[in-house]
Design a binder for this molecule. Structure first.
Ligand code: NCD
Ligand code: ZN
Length: 347
């Protein structure tokens, strides 16, 4: 069995910088034509100039790792309390950035500079709405009194819904949705709201993380939820509804920083995302929807043409191994182990 689809894009990717970026970028560039690159570097990418510089470094790393690759990084800006609206509008108008990313302060890896109060960024959000610049949100509240498993649902209720009432023209992507509440919220709304879904949240639930020993390589944010939520995500991804599309949230950390007494959040799935997705979509009886999810819905949302190249995936007779760890200096980055056999390969 095999399927051919338009080459996929990744609408949520962490490439990091320097040696880590040089080590991991080929894992994305081998399969994806484009990726929306997250701006949570240290320090974060907060200005149009910083985004142009970062894009240049990525392009250089791509050519060093895979000479001749056509992989195109699409850039985002990291919204802070002091972001300059004019800079955002200029960076979008000249094609430097495709979207702006909202991290609530303290929500996840490298989010210390995130937004502390939405009122502070209302002028920027208003300018974005006027200029049709997409806002990508990390949809979790960060209050210490909110349970980590409830943070997404609480964000929808207390932040996202009020924001969308205030600025209905703003186009918003709920990134890496992990709950039934998230997919239901998208389904119940209009064309100005979409969601990305990650590879790992379509495959693992919180038992994978916590039963039989703690598995730091499954720790990511938002944290994996109950099985019923995973099933709701699979239903959304395989539905063909154009408001759901792939954002892998591939987020490399070194092995030692994951296997630690305070391990980092992030799953590195760039290398095996497409074969994992083929497995998930096949199991759901929806292989014919994989192209919409991975290759068509994202460009449509961002007003870009789909890719013209294609990718073929083939089902083999024996389970394929998890990709090899990637070396970064004298450290390793461990690829996502999907916790089940994967029979698909990229031809
Ligand atoms: C991401 C990272 O490591 O940058 N981690 C993660 O668990 N997903 C940040 C993020 O997207 O939340
Ligand atoms: Zn992310």
């Amino acid at each position: 069995m095999q399927i051919t689809l338009k080459q996929p894009d990744d609408w949520h990717l962490h490439l990091r910088d320097d040696a880590m970026m040089q080590a991991v970028v080929a894992s994305s560039a081998r399969h994806f034509a484009r990726a929306l690159v997250m701006p949570n570097l240290v320090p974060p990418v907060t200005t149009g100039q910083a985004a142009r510089d970062y894009r240049g470094r990525i392009e250089e790393a791509v050519q060093a790792a895979l000479p001749g690759s056509g992989f195109q990084p699409l850039m985002t800006l990291y919204l802070t309390d002091t972001t300059d609206a004019d800079d955002v509008v200029r960076a979008a108008a000249d094609g430097t950035i495709l979207a702006v990313k909202l991290y609530p302060a303290g929500a996840t890896t490298n989010s210390a500079s995130g937004v502390t109060d939405l009122d502070k960024v209302m002028p920027v959000l208003e300018a974005m709405a006027q200029n049709d610049i997409v806002l990508c949100v990390h949809g979790e509240v960060t209050h210490a009194d909110v349970d980590i498993f409830d943070r997404e649902a609480r964000f929808i209720e207390t932040v996202l819904e009020p924001l969308r009432r205030r600025l209905p023209e703003l186009r918003v992507v709920m990134e890496h949705v992990t709950t039934r509440d998230g997919v239901d919220y998208v389904a119940a709304n209009d064309t100005h709201l979409a969601a990305t879904l990650t590879t790992h949240h379509l495959m693992i639930n919180r038992n994978h993380l916590l039963v039989g020993g703690i598995r730091p390589h499954y720790y990511c944010l938002p944290i994996a939820k109950r099985e019923e939520h995973r099933q709701a995500l699979v239903k959304a991804a395989t539905s063909g509804d154009s408001r759901y599309f792939l954002g892998t949230d591939s987020a490399p950390h070194t092995r030692s920083s994951k296997e630690s007494d305070c391990g980092c959040a992030g799953v590195f799935n760039a290398a095996n995302t497409m074969v994992c997705l083929a497995e998930v979509f096949e199991e759901a009886g929806a292989l014919e929807q994989l192209e919409a999810f991975a290759s068509l819905n994202g460009p449509r949302w961002y007003g870009l043409p789909p890719n013209s190249a294609t990718m073929t995936l083939r089902k083999t007779d024996s389970a394929r191994p998890v990709p090899e760890p990637v070396a970064v200096g004298d450290e390793w980055v461990m690829p996502f182990d999907p916790a089940r056999p994967v029979y698909w390969e990229v031809v």
